[in-house]
Design a protein around this ligand. Sequence first.
Ligand code: NAD
Length: 390
Amino acid sequence: MKRIVVLGAGYAGLRAAKELVNLKAEAEIILINKNDYHYESTQLHEVAVGTKNPNDITFKIRDIISPKIKFIQDEVTKIDRSHKKVVLKNSEAVSYDFLVNALGFESETFGIKGAEEFGLAIVDVKSALIAKKHLEDTLARYASSQDENDLHIIVCGAGFTSIEYLGELVHRLPELIKRFDLPKDKIKIYCIEAGSKVLPMLDDHLAEYAVNYLKSHGVELYTATKITELTKNSVISDDKVYEANTIIWTVGVKGSHVMAESGYDQKRNRLLVNTDLSSPDDPNEFVIGDVSAVPGPSGRPYPTTGQISIAQADAAAENIIAKLKGQATKSFSYKSLGTVCSLGPSNGVAELSMMGHWKVKGHLAAPLKRIVNDRSVLELSNFTTMLSSK
Ligand code: NAD
């Protein structure tokens, strides 16, 4: 019997494993993941701010996969593609006939000095919890330190992760002020963005709504300000130094480092795949999610999102089934359902492409994030149902 190995239990990997079972793949299916749980990466910012606990956004993998899938908890260190083997940190290498590489994303530093050491990334449960602890400890310390930098928070970048973090932060701030008895007027929250626009991928009016919302809650936004260095208590741009003892580093992501270490022809650890999502080097390897770059109709790769990862997983599973049956694979096609950026639990902005094109802002947008996730990630059923096999 052929063996299909799926790497990573993020949206892409879990969904691919599930779909292979649903499509009755005549093969052994093995899923390999570092942790024994899956986390909803679209909600990590809430854990980082402290409005949600890890339990609210994590699911034990064994509870949500079919017993037909063998699960190995281990860390992939390398893919030995010439021998078709996955090298693991703690257990023996696993060989494969088909591979679904869905190893996911990591924080990108762009080589900026101090970013790795002093920037608090939000890329997994562990880093989100570190960011939360740092924020709370630093605010709590003000009572004894009287260092005003303990009351300053800098969020680097103004993409989705930064803006969602800021929306959640200003929502929680009144509680933090009360809890640590903080002087409200001395708290400063900065957002520093290299580009000329906040949320550049959204419609101008929606981005403006987000900017005004955050400004009205005390956030100072600086655009066209490229960060060149981080120190323990400052962010340096070309012409200015911004001081803070909490620095959130959300300027973008790259694919897993395993891509470079396994010798892929990658850019920022993302591999440009064939139209059927297979690797240019191996027609039996499918690369999906944040380690892949899939050219869209404009020729430029689609942005990486949970939604596209799910669509890629379905397409890759169907193509593996086709190959097992000796049939031709199909090209991947994708239509985004839209984008929602939350601004805390009850506000947000959204651009939707479901039954027409909709632009929504304010309280109406908040539940839409759930709905877009539901449509793409949960497929109108609950999370456990979507990830487990029929
Ligand atoms: P991003 O790339 O979308 O945004 C990062 C921002 O940081 C950009 O605006 C960039 O100009 C800025 N930046 C980069 N270098 C800088 C520098 N040196 N100084 C100042 N600013 C700098 O990254 P992200 O927000 O981490 O998101 C990662 C991916 O996940 C994206 O594809 C995003 O679309 C997706 N995502 C989607 C959602 C959602 O749909 N609600 C939420 C979170 C993330």
